[in-house]
Write a protein that binds this ligand. Structure first.
Ligand SMILES: NC(=O)c1ccc[n+]([C@@H]2O[C@H](COP(=O)([O-])OP(=O)(O)OC[C@H]3O[C@@H](n4cnc5c(N)ncnc54)[C@H](O)[C@@H]3O)[C@@H](O)[C@H]2O)c1
Length: 433
């Protein structure tokens, strides 16, 4: 892999500032604004306009307008009324599909927050519309030094023949998280969301698996089949606990066990093993451990990765870099795994309340599944699903083949009690493996 950092002084000389707009200025958008300001200070970007319904309030516009940034409450007005090169989308997931289509219709470069879209049919349509490749998907973890070091070791053959990738972790989510109207939803305002640990908060990890399994420095693999169990603990529409296992045509397998329902966080761990050696990225990405010892990284990967990701996107939009960090096509493996997971699970299974407990109050109120931390560790150690580890609430599921996955019907797959008939499965997927 070539170095992914270009000295900003070289880049500054190479192109005029990219005229950028931001859709969504609150939540994640506020975080994006920090990086945009950094790039503005380096002369690489000019923030030309922002759009958010929040900007209908005069007070919300003042700071932007004082810096000459045009404010709009409707993003379509913003696209119509400004001279732009690129747009950063940090709006809720349910809006991504329409927003990307509107940007592509105007031939703009797009930096789209992850996850790109919830459904495989939506991703395929965007890939079709993005023939000349203008969209980059903000899975910033693939720009982290840790993940790139690991991919270099894999491609250099240091682990021997790659056998397995396992990931696990739990990022607790309390009532405050679910206060956003689209959180914990399968659909919002008639548009798909499919919120949950594997499809939103910890989606980076699934995308990383596809990146690490790709056989070229910049390629992403696509899984061949998947077996998954999706569970609901908090009374939400979507799921908050998942385990899945899949394989690639090469025979390599992967497992992921991801949760929002432990009281104490379980920092994520990515473990890659081959015929000769193993490497483990642990402690939410702060440590890399291998048979030769432990290497500490001073910062969580996000900080370095976000900065590198934004710079790469701007260099791509300016024509200095030939490809963005992650194209829509690069997300196919992630979408196949997460869409296939819901089909394999046959919907979302409720964990009965006798196996769960509530902690905290008000905005800090969360759900915990006693014993889950051990199950997450067990799945990381043994590559097994919760039902195979003997969890009393777990439900065993079937494996599904992903090659012919074309559409996912969220409505049909919302609840496990509306069990799927074989015909419905066959409609969505080429059949059970
Ligand atoms: N990369 C990461 O690590 C990371 C972390 C958190 C969230 N995200 C992603 O960022 C995106 C936004 O998440 P969030 O938590 O900030 O959501 P949010 O609900 O807080 O909304 C973000 C902003 O979008 C605005 N918005 C809503 N409707 C809009 C519209 N029609 N037009 C323009 N703006 C609109 C909201 O007013 C808000 O200011 C999601 O895709 C989420 O998955 C990514």
């Amino acid at each position: 892999m070539q170095g992914f950092h270009i000295d900003s002084s070289d880049a500054r000389r190479a192109y005029p500032p990219v005229r950028l707009a931001l859709i969504g200025v609150g939540g994640m958008g506020a975080y994006h604004l920090n990086f945009i300001r950094e790039l503005e200070e380096q002369g690489l970007v000019k923030l030309a306009a922002v759009a958010d319904p929040l900007l209908a309030a005069r007070s919300a516009r003042e700071d932007f307008e004082s810096r000459g940034v045009h404010c709009h409450s409707d993003y379509r007005d913003m696209l119509d009324r400004n001279e732009l090169d690129a747009v950063q989308i940090a709006a809720p997931i349910s809006l991504h599909f329409a927003m990307v289509k509107d940007c592509l219709a105007r031939r703009l470069f797009v930096n789209l927050e992850k996850p790109p879209v919830p459904l495989i049919q939506q991703l395929n349509e965007l890939i079709r519309l993005d023939r000349t490749i203008r969209v980059s998907v903000g899975f910033q973890h693939i720009c982290s030094p840790q993940i790139h070091a690991l991919k270099r070791w894999i491609l250099a053959g240091k682990l021997g023949v790659l056998r397995e990738i396992r990931i696990a972790g739990s990022w607790p989510r309390t009532s405050d998280y679910y206060a956003r109207p689209w959180s914990g939803r399968m659909a919002f305002a008639g548009e798909p969301v499919y919120d949950g640990p594997a499809t939103n908060a910890m989606a980076h990890l699934i995308h990383n698996v596809m990146f690490l399994a790709g056989d070229q420095s910049e390629s992403f693999a696509r899984p061949w089949d998947i077996q998954a169990e999706l569970y609901r603990v908090r009374p939400i529409e979507s799921y908050d606990l998942v385990c899945l296992r899949g394989s690639f045509v090469s025979g390599m397998s992967f497992t992921a066990s991801l949760s929002h329902v432990t009281e104490k966080a379980v920092p994520f761990c990515v473990e890659v093993s081959g015929s000769e050696d193993w490497v483990r990225i642990g402690n939410d990405g702060k440590t890399v451990e291998s048979s030769s010892g432990i290497h500490e990284f001073p910062d969580a990967p996000d900080l370095n990765a976000f900065s590198a990701y934004h710079r790469q996107f701007i260099e791509f939009a300016a024509g200095v870099r030939s490809r963005p960090p992650s194209t829509l096509q690069d997300c196919l493996g992630f979408i196949m795994a997460t869409n296939g997971a819901l089909v394999s699970s046959g919907g979302i299974h409720d964990i009965p309340s006798e196996f769960t407990r509530i902690y905290g109050m008000g905005g800090d109120m969360g759900y915990d599944v006693p014993g889950l931390t051990d199950l997450l560790e067990g799945s990381l150690r043994e590559g097994r699903l919760f039902s195979e580890l003997g969890a009393p609430w777990a439900v065993s599921t079937g494996r599904v083949r992903l090659a012919e996955l074309r559409t996912l019907d969220l409505e049909a797959l919302m609840n496990a009690d509306r069990a799927l008939t074989e015909e419905v499965v066959a409609d969505q997927i080429g059949g059970r493996a």
